[in-house]
Design a protein around this ligand. Structure first.
Ligand SMILES: *Cc1c(COP(=O)(O)O)cnc(C)c1O
Length: 363
């Protein structure tokens, strides 16, 4: 089979080296003669794996010691409800910034669980000359007492990324499902960071939560025990049986990231990959970007064909050239190329060559 480059937004491609190692170890993990899927999560070998995973992630993201790292169930959306249930007891209120589909979905879940009187929403995207642009509000002038402000720094569907930190008087909760580990961030600027694993970390179902210790003192709403941060902390993320195979693969991805030069190296590579693709889009009138330059996502590059009648042919010929999963999300249409850490620059170069050729043949 010739090389396939998979641009799926999620579940997304994983590093080939990790997949090969997992394949090799599938039936015999750690010389035990059984799969990692078949051992107790409380065995000393598995606990050693979880300790290594946490320490690698702490090192990769420079996570300060007053933050807990949790490995939980329920992916990204699981955290939409967990955040609300853990922090909004006793009529607590929260502010939700909306910059695209996922932050909109998060606010809807918050309203369902906490009631609309306890959830305020602020749209932070404007349409300027036909392109979407983020306008970050000055939160310090808002005279309200929120438990937290929630936002999504990388909107996977819309291709919008926010690179500045929020200037917030309240703890910042960030959904980093699709940009965690893609660039250096200062964890101390956040109260809580969460991410479904299937974009930049591992298989779906798992979610990573990084939470500052003092937030755990906030009163919670009634909630299910398996989504309770305090119980997760107390039980080292093993209140019930965790998704062990996903945890194992996440650990392998962290170790691959460290061996590849860490987040700084990834960030350099991600900047280069995104620049090459956006440059192609900007150079040819054949393609159009709907996002202002300063808010273009490095992870999810969305674009349209000027003649959308050619969408079908584009996708068909891209697939034949080994470039798969380029169809944009059904809610926005057009194309989307997801360039997570695991996507090599060769994949971007192959896509750019294809796009140039396709434009030349169909102009
Ligand atoms: C994919 C994604 C989610 C949803 O993750 P699930 O694991 O499907 O619940 C939430 N937020 C963002 C930003 C995402 O990219």
């Amino acid at each position: 089979m010739s090389a396939i480059f998979n641009f799926c937004a999620g579940p997304a491609m994983l590093p080939q080296a990790v997949m090969q190692k997992a394949q090799k170890e599938l039936l015999d993990w750690n010389g035990q003669g059984v799969s990692v899927m078949e051992v107790s999560h409380r065995s000393k070998e598995f606990i050693a794996l979880t300790e290594q995973a946490e320490s690698d992630l702490r090192q990769l993201m420079s996570i300060p010691s007053n933050y807990h790292v949790l490995f939980m169930h329920g992916g990204g959306r699981g955290q939409f409800s967990a955040v609300v249930n853990n922090f909004l007891g006793n009529d607590g209120k929260a502010l939700y910034l909306v910059d695209g589909s996922w932050s909109q979905a998060a606010v809807e879940e918050a309203i369902t669980l906490a009631g609309e009187n306890n959830v305020d929403t602020l749209n932070i995207v404007d349409l300027v000359d036909g392109v979407k642009q983020v306008c970050l509000p000055d939160l310090s002038v808002i005279d309200k007492d929120y438990r937290y402000v929630h936002y999504c720094p990388n909107e996977t569907v819309d291709g919008i990324e926010i690179f500045e930190n929020l200037n917030s008087p309240w703890p910042v909760v960030a959904d980093m499902s699709s940009n965690i580990l893609s660039r250096n961030i200062d964890v101390s600027q956040f109260g809580l960071i969460y991410a479904g694993a299937q974009k930049n970390i591992g298989p779906s179902g798992l979610s990573i939560v990084i939470v500052r210790d003092d937030l755990l003192a906030l009163p919670s709403l009634p909630q299910s025990s398996i989504m309770d941060y305090r119980l997760a902390v107390k039980n080292d993320s093993m209140y019930n049986t965790p998704p062990t195979f996903a945890w194992y693969l996440a650990a392998e991805v962290f170790s691959w990231l460290k061996a590849s030069g860490g987040v700084t190296q990834m960030e350099q590579a991600n900047i280069k990959k995104a620049q090459r693709l956006y440059q192609c889009i900007d150079e040819l009138d054949f393609y159009v970007s709907g996002v202002a330059k300063q808010n273009r996502s490095r992870m999810n590059v969305t674009f349209q064909l000027a003649n959308e009648g050619l969408d079908g042919l584009f996708l068909e010929q891209a697939k034949a050239a080994g470039l798969v999963a380029l169809k944009g999300h059904r809610s926005v249409g057009g194309m989307r190329a997801s360039l997570y850490n695991a996507m090599p620059i060769e994949g971007v170069d192959a896509l750019v060559s294809f796009m140039k050729q396709f434009a030349a043949e169909n102009s």
